[in-house]
Design a binder for this molecule. Structure first.
Ligand code: RRO
Length: 337
C-alpha cells in the first residue's frame, strides 16, 4: 500500500520503493552504527548520509542540538566523517532496495565539484555505492557562509558549474548518468522567491542539466530558543542561533512542498521534510505533493522505530479513506473554489 515510484527527469532511472520514508540528512546518519540502525529499520526504505565534506569535520562546539515537545534547534556545523567514509559505507551495506543517498555540502564550489566528480566517475564505472545525490544548498549554521539557496544569482552560476560535470560526462560517454540528482532547499516565504527559484531550476533543466528531485525543506535558519529558568540560550554556537525543525515548521514545509509541486511537479519529484511526527502529518505531505517523506526531529526523539509507527498510522488513515496506494494521494490537495 505504501509503495512509491520515483524516477529521473527523463524516466531513464526508476525505483519502486516499498515505502516513501527516508531519514532527514543529519539525523541518525553520521556514523556506521547509526546508519546501520536505519538500514535495518522496517518502513525506512531509503537512507541518506549526513551532509558531507571532502574531509572529516568535527563541527561546532556542544551543546549544539536541543529539542522539546514541538520543536528542535541545531547548530551542528556539518560534523561528518568525510565523503570517502559514506561512499565506502554504502558500497558494503545491505540495503539494496531503496535509495542510498549521499548529501553533499562542501565549503566551496570546488569542494562540491571534486566530490560530485568522484561520485559521477564511480557511477559510470558501475560501482554500486549509491544511487542518488542530494546537493545541500541550505545549511544555516556555517559561520561566515550564507545559505546559497537564498542567493539566486550565485545559486544559478553554482548549479551551472556543478551540474555541467554530469552533462559533460554524459556527452563524453554518450550514456545517461544513473544517479538521481536532487537539491535540498531552504524554506522560502515569499511567492516571488518560489517563482524565481523554480525558474532557476527550469533553466538548468532546459539546458540539459539534471535535477530529478527537490527536498523541501531544510531547517528554518537562525531561530533562537530561550530557556526561561536559566535565562539562557540552549545551544552554544553563534550565541544560541540555529536551524529550527519539528512540528512547528510543518505549515512552512507543506507550503514549500505544495508550491514547488505546483511549479515543477510535472518535471521532478519532491521529498517532503519538516514536521512529520505522525501518520496524519505524512498524509498531509503526500497531499501537498511529496513522493517521499523525510523524518528528522521525530527520528531524533524516538529513534528508528519511528518509521514503523508513522508508516502504520499512514496506512490506517489511507484505509479509512479508501485509498489503495500512495499515488492516489500525491498532490491531490483540494483547494476551496
Ligand atoms: O550540520 C548542520 O549544522 C546542519 C546542516 Br549541514 C543542515 O543542512 N541543516 C541543519 O539544520 N544543520
Amino acid at each position: 500500500m505504501l509503495k512509491t515510484n520515483v524516477k529521473s527527469t527523463d524516466e531513464n532511472i526508476q525505483y519502486s520503493l516499498d515505502n516513501p520514508f527516508v531519514n532527514a540528512s543529519g539525523c541518525y546518519c553520521r556514523t556506521k552504527d547509526k546508519l546501520n540502525q536505519l538500514i535495518t529499520s522496517p518502513y525506512c526504505s531509503s537512507v541518506i548520509s549526513k551532509t558531507c565534506t571532502p574531509n572529516h569535520r568535527i563541527g561546532n562546539p556542544e551543546p549544539r542540538y536541543h529539542h522539546d515537545e514541538n520543536m528542535s534547534i541545531n547548530s551542528m556545523g556539518l560534523p561528518n566523517l568525510g565523503i570517502d567514509f559514506y561512499l565506502a559505507y554504502f558500497n558494503t551495506c545491505e540495503n539494496t532496495q531503496g535509495l542510498k543517498i549521499v548529501s553533499l555540502g562542501g565549503m566551496s564550489l570546488n569542494d562540491n565539484m571534486t566530490m560530485l566528480g568522484a561520485i559521477v566517475d564511480r557511477s559510470f564505472k558501475k560501482l554500486p555505492d549509491i544511487n542518488a545525490v542530494e546537493i545541500n544548498l541550505s545549511c544555516p549554521n556555517l559561520v561566515g557562509h550564507g545559505q546559497l539557496g537564498y542567493n539566486i544569482n550565485n545559486m544559478n552560476t553554482y548549479l551551472i558549474k556543478l551540474l555541467n560535470i554530469i552533462a559533460r560526462k554524459e556527452l563524453e560517454t554518450q550514456e545517461k548518468c544513473k544517479l538521481l540528482i536532487g537539491l535540498k532547499l531552504p524554506p522560502y516565504f515569499d511567492m516571488c522567491q518560489f517563482e524565481q527559484i523554480a525558474n532557476v531550476i527550469k533553466d538548468q533543466m532546459n539546458y540539459g542539466r539534471r535535477i530529478d528531485f527537490l527536498t523541501c525543506i531544510n531547517s528554518i535558519g537562525n531561530g533562537l530558543v530561550i530557556d526561561t529558568d536559566s535565562e539562557s540560550v540552549v545551544i552554544k554556537p553563534k550565541g544560541g542561533f540555529g536551524g529550527i525543525g519539528g512540528s512547528i515548521i510543518k505549515p512552512t514545509a507543506l507550503a514549500n512542498v505544495r508550491k514547488f509541486y505546483e511549479l515543477l511537479g510535472d518535471k521532478l519529484f519532491i521529498i517532503g521534510c519538516g514536521g512529520i511526527t505522525n501518520g496524519e502529518d505524512a498524509f498531509q505531505h503526500l497531499l501537498a505533493g511529496a513522493s517521499m517523506l523525510s523524518i528528522g526531529t521525530q527520528l531524533m526523539k524516538e529513534g528508528p522505530d519511528v518509521f514503523k509507527r508513522i508508516g502504520l498510522e499512514l496506512e490506517t488513515i489511507m484505509k479509512q479513506k479508501g485509498y489503495k496506494n500512495i499515488n492516489e494521494v500525491i498532490g491531490k490537495l483540494k483547494i476551496i473554489p
